[in-house]
Design a protein. Sequence first.
Length: 317
Amino acid sequence: MSDSDLIQLIPGVFYIPGITNVGVICDNTNFFTQVYLIDTGSNRTQAKSILQKLDAHFSNLNKKYQIKAIINTHSHSDHCGGNTEIQKNTNCQIWLSPKEASLAELPDIQSKIIWGGNPPFEILNFFSANDSVHADKVITEQDSIDLTDGGQISFIYLPGHSFNDLGIIYTNAEGNKKVLFSGDSQFTPAANGKHLIYFMMQPQDFVESLNKIKTIPNLSICVPSHGSIVSEDIPGNIDFCIKSVGKTKNDILDSLKNGPLTTEQILKAVTEKNNIYANFILLSIIKCTIESFLGDLKNQKLISLQITENELLWSLN
């Protein structure tokens, strides 16, 4: 790792590893370097650390730089929690996809999505810690940025984890190498080999987005927002993610073989099957994810919902 903690992926493209990996795409002009920053971490402290690392990196190169824009992969607080601090210090723009731009305006909405209605303080503080964020530019898949060296930044919608997740693609001047900053639309295996139930709002869309990543030509490196980068066997990692989603789906269906169950009973069965013993926050995240799966499975007519003595019960069709 370099002294400034920026790790080069290919010339002009870096990432800053952390709890949330931050992307750095450089456009080197004759006078200074314009920087496109991908996500900003969870809070002001992480934002200040990002700025310090950028300052150190460009100071070592004896170059001036300017942050042109923060491009958020989505509106969750661990991705745009540093936006306000960085924008205040650099006067940069903030770019988001259409639905995520709307959600970012209302940070409290994230905790309400997880909990429903008025969440307890633990949920509110964990999921709605960032300031309201206004998007200076709303990004579509038709947008692109031509860079001075002939490279290009383009965009791809990857919904599923959230509602309108945005993938950011850097293509080099020769067109033979691409780097994808995939946000939370892709993950890597847990270090302990356990099956983890990854948070997602739309499981079917999540799988479709993974298959969409497979179609990107000349894709050399994927940078998920959490965990290690993927530079070898990208299709294999995508297949792992798809199988992981399928396992959660099958675990839910298997739990219903024992008869009609409430959502909480399904939650208990699925977490215990995977040896997951969660705290309040994690269990709330998994419950929200299982509810998303249950909605998908009902819409596919694989399960049905009935009311018995004021209990909502799920059963196999």
